[in-house]
Design a protein around this ligand. Structure first.
Ligand SMILES: Cc1cc2nc3c(=O)[nH]c(=O)nc-3n(C[C@H](O)[C@H](O)[C@H](O)COP(=O)(O)OP(=O)(O)OC[C@H]3O[C@@H](n4cnc5c(N)ncnc54)[C@H](O)[C@@H]3O)c2cc1C
Ligand SMILES: NC(=O)c1ccc[n+]([C@@H]2O[C@H](COP(=O)([O-])OP(=O)(O)OC[C@H]3O[C@@H](n4cnc5c(N)ncnc54)[C@H](O)[C@@H]3O)[C@@H](O)[C@H]2O)c1
Length: 460
């Protein structure tokens, strides 16, 4: 048996920085990873997809250069192989730098293999047993693949397989019209594939307010992406020409023949193959590890961080989990997971930045709300850039005037949203925000303006 002060399972977004803090505090740490260090974000998630989004943006800009007075004499061509290689190089550089960082940590043992619990303080990897009084789970999640009939006949793709494509799909059907599906849909369309999105709900990105979903749909349809909502994929089959996605729908064709199918149907936590029962770690009914505000599990001495705890499904939430646990354990902190303002980006172009509550959520929680809103057609910077799709919106509590949430879909919306996020984190009111001076010409310069033009009418 090999004994350590701490064992970390999973080298995703929380594991490596936690290993750095624990080893810097003099602890001996075993970090167990069954796949590639860096986890989902670095290898098959944020990093390679955002690199692909960047290539797709260039393809789109070049195709539209004449609108900006720039003539390109030869027809631009997308070299899909080169696009993928660029994304994978950025991803592998990032993975290598995590690996070098881990190797530089004195007191760290990087163990390669699949970890399973033997008891609350012991973990098996192959024939070896590792023991520690503190164990941290950072095991992440994987693409959920529902048991739909005919699945095995079509050879579906997930976010991981897409990086192994050897050529551009002719017609890509994406099942699931949420974050993963939408980002892939736009980039593949911009690379030149025909793209159809099949979404069973009545609108895309259904966690967003309806006008945001509508703006997203407009952006995608303007690029000739076929959007099928109220269309549930119920089975797959194969025709002579390729895979067939069969949908249950009120309108449109019930069968879509395509060349490739990408499933983007949510994520499943990697908690089903850890023998967590032997450790006394309780899961919720969807398989997420149940944690308290300090990210402690039901088993004393075991914490869960990142996607596997169901408290966030983003790189920044995983990293923030690390900060909470490290502060509480090593700095005498009293940090709680509920102190953060849930925020994220959706990296279609233009991107959507979101923070705090949507209007729908605020109303559901019983708030009387005031709304400030402006379409990008009335934002100078967006007009100058020729990117006037989207809108910005702020949600304010009508009684206290506290800022509850915001959305900015427009050029740089993922960056500009931080001007609202930081104010919410500090407990500011709409009047505090309205009194700030922002830089001209930016998208964010209109944030104080809409904060000072609040109305009860959501369409105001
Ligand atoms: C296509 C896509 C795009 C995304 N884009 C964004 C984005 O733009 N912004 C954003 O914030 N988030 C994005 N995400 C989400 C983000 O990637 C995840 O939220 C983040 O990676 C979660 O980090 P984590 O540390 O919880 O787990 P992970 O990064 O998944 O790491 C978990 C690690 O644990 C290892 N592991 C699992 N089980 C075991 C075991 N039993 N033994 C040993 N090792 C094990 C795994 O191999 C893995 O390396 C995206 C996700 C996808 C799929
Ligand atoms: N920009 C980002 O930060 C980013 C990008 C990508 C992914 N992610 C993370 O990955 C997670 C998973 O994203 P996702 O888009 O895969 O999942 P999701 O759970 O957000 O959406 C799945 C969608 O599939 C639809 N659906 C389910 N079954 C269906 C069926 N049979 N036919 C048609 N539609 C069906 C659902 O209605 C839903 O809209 C997100 O929660 C997010 O945290 C983040």
């Amino acid at each position: 048996m090999k004994t350590f002060d701490a064992i970390i399972i999973g080298a995703g977004q929380a594991g490596p920085p936690l290993a750095a803090r624990l080893t810097a505090a003099g602890q001996r740490v075993a970090l167990i990873e069954r796949g590639q260090v860096g986890g989902t974000c670095v290898n098959t998630g944020c990093t390679p997809t955002k690199a692909l989004v960047a290539s797709a943006k260039i393809a789109h800009s070049v195709a539209h250069s004449q609108e900006y007075g720039i003539r390109i004499s030869a027809a631009p061509e997308v070299d899909f192989g080169a696009v993928l290689r660029r994304a994978l190089t950025i991803s592998s550089n990032s993975r290598n730098s995590v690996e070098s960082w881990l190797k530089s940590m004195p007191g760290l043992t990087l163990v390669r293999g699949h970890a399973r619990f033997e008891s609350p303080s012991r973990v098996r990897v192959g024939d070896d047993i590792y023991a520690a009084s503190q164990i941290f789970l950072n095991v992440g999640a994987r693409a959920a693949i529902p048991d739909l009939p005919g699945l095995e006949q079509v050879g579906i793709l997930t976010n991981s397989d897409i990086f192994r494509l050897t050529g551009l799909p002719d017609h890509l059907v994406i099942v699931g019209g949420s974050y993963i599906g939408l980002e892939f849909a736009q980039m593949f369309r911009r690379f030149g594939a025909r793209v159809t999105i099949v979404e069973r709900g009545p609108r895309l990105a259904s966690k967003e307010d309806p006008e945001i979903s509508e703006a997203i749909r407009e952006v995608l349809e303007a690029e000739e992406i076929a959007v099928r909502t109220n269309a549930e994929c119920i089975r797959f089959s194969r025709s002579e020409t390729g895979p067939v996605v069969e949908v249950d729908c009120a309108s449109g064709k019930p069968e879509i023949v395509c060349s490739h199918v990408l499933l983007a149907l949510g994520r499943k936590p990697n908690t089903d193959d850890l023998d967590l029962g032997k450790a006394g770690v309780e899961l919720d009914k969807r398989g997420f590890v149940q944690v308290n505000e300090r990210l402690e599990t039901s088993a004393p001495g075991i914490w869960a961080l990142g996607d596997c705890n169901g408290r966030g499904a983003f790189t920044h939430t995983s990293y923030n989990d690390f900060e909470i646990v490290a502060s509480n354990l090593l700095d005498g902190g009293t940090r709680r997971v509920s102190n953060r303002v849930m925020s994220y980006g959706l990296y279609i172009d233009p991107p959507l930045g979101r923070t705090g509550m949507s209007e729908t959520e605020a109303l559901a929680k019983g708030h009387q709300v005031l709304i400030g809103k402006r379409p990008m057609t009335r934002v100078g910077r967006a007009i100058e850039k020729g990117e006037t799709r989207g809108l910005m919106k702020i949600v304010v509590d009508a009684d206290t005037r506290a800022i509850l949430g915001g959305a900015i879909m427009g050029p740089g919306g993922d960056e500009a949203i931080h001007s609202i996020l930081d104010m919410i984190q500090r407990g500011a009111t709409a009047d505090d925000l309205a009194a700030t001076m922002h830089i001209h010409p930016t998208i964010a310069e209109l944030v104080p303006t809409i904060s000072g033009e609040l109305t009860r009418d959501a369409d105001g």
